[in-house]
Design a protein around this ligand. Structure first.
Ligand code: NAD
Length: 336
């Protein structure tokens, strides 16, 4: 049984904790909370809760939360830590993980240089095999890596050109924006293109990112230049066998991210999560050496199965296909 610590129990951390808990071969030894708030109260009903440091434990006790100790005491009793602390904090925490000889997975908000290694299940599972430190790429990069690697397997992809329409912030946040305006990223390319190349072998990946006032999902308009020519008919089975990619249809009433998220709720997923990348069937277009499609990415949850697979790769616990199948079965992804 692989013993896992979750440091940072926010949008990503709480979902990874549930996903790890649903697997047969791993267990959540404890979750680390920064504050004794409502989320800590709820978490303590399921998980062993730890504070960041010794000073923090008193505050949890004062709020009636059964606190087991601090982060360092948890690290002494685990095989691996999933760090889901806010952007920039994960890199700082690496020193502590090294001190306690614990393997660590950082998230996409950290620089790719912090671990020197990045992870996506479909595109480079084996690169993290047995490694001590890796980083699951961001929600947008995970979305790109999933569908581009499916095209890469069938036709070879030389170049990716994508426009990323980004959600402003997550649904539980009432501080960030924009709430009225469309905010393009003025740096070209946006960081997503170079980030994609940390997990996929491509000649070129260019991205433009534009933030819009919504909290539901990101939307990507993708243009691939392929090695082999592709016909419209070739696209019929482009994503077959890739359970983490879900084809959706405007004809069936899914014409915006509002209905994609409604579908996830109808699927009965906890928190209304959609771990799969949703690709609109009608948007799939091929001509010559070009493939185009439009996809939606649930930023709060698409990286979650990747964190589970990264644990198995780094712990040398299961090979790629077995791990993906097992993760998907336990999380009910892709009809498993
Ligand atoms: P979040 O703010 O929702 O959660 C972070 C949690 O960590 C919060 O509960 C916060 O209180 C806690 N925290 C703060 N300082 C801490 C510390 N020193 N030690 C332990 N916990 C601490 O953040 P998030 O959205 O879950 O993002 C976490 C990471 O995942 C970031 O690198 C982010 O870029 C990445 N990521 C986020 C998304 C997304 O859309 N939210 C998607 C993919 C990847």
């Amino acid at each position: 049984m692989i013993k896992v610590a979750i440091n940072g129990y926010g949008t990503i951390g709480r979902r990874v904790a549930d996903a790890v808990r649903s697997q047969k071969d791993m267990t959540v030894a404890g979750i680390v909370k920064a504050r004794p708030d409502y989320v800590a109260h709820e978490a303590s009903k399921t998980f062993r809760v730890y504070s960041i440091d010794k000073n923090g434990t008193e505050a949890f006790k004062n709020e009636g939360i059964d606190v087991q100790g601090d982060l360092e005491s948890l690290l002494d009793n685990v095989d691996i830590v999933v760090d889901a602390t806010p952007e920039g904090q994960g890199e700082k925490n690496l020193e502590l993980y090294k001190k306690h000889h614990v393997k660590a997975i950082l998230q996409g908000g950290e620089k790719s240089t912090s671990t020197g290694l990045s992870f996506n299940s479909y595109s480079n599972f084996s690169d993290s095999w047995g490694k001590d430190y890796s980083r699951v790429v961001s929600c947008n990069t995970t979305g790109l890596a999933r569908t581009v690697s499916a095209a890469q397997e069938k036709f070879g992809v030389l170049k990716v050109d994508a426009t990323i329409v980004r959600r402003a912030t997550d649904p539980n946040d009432s501080k960030k924006g924009p709430i009225n305006g469309v905010e393009p990223s003025l740096k070209f390319p946006s960081h997503h293109g170079p980030d994609l190349r940390t997990v996929l072998n491509l000649q070129d990946a260019t991205t433009v990112a534009i933030k819009v006032p919504t909290t539901l999902m990101h939307v990507h308009s993708i243009n691939l230049t392929t090695d082999k020519p592709v016909t419209q008919g070739d696209l019929a089975d482009l994503f077959t066998g890739h359970g983490r990619i879900l084809e959706i249809s405007g004809k069936a009433g899914i014409t915006s991210t509002a209905q994609v998220m409604d579908l996830a709720r109808e699927m009965g997923r906890k928190r209304g999560d959609l771990f799969e990348i949703a690709v609109w069937k009608e948007s799939m277009y091929a001509a010559g050496n070009t493939i185009r499609y439009i996809q939606a990415v649930h930023q709060e949850s698409d990286v979650v199965p990747e964190n589970v697979d990264a644990i198995r790769s780094m712990m040398q616990a299961m090979e790629k296909d077995d791990s993906i199948r097992e993760t998907d079965r336990a999380m009910n992804i892709g009809g498993n």
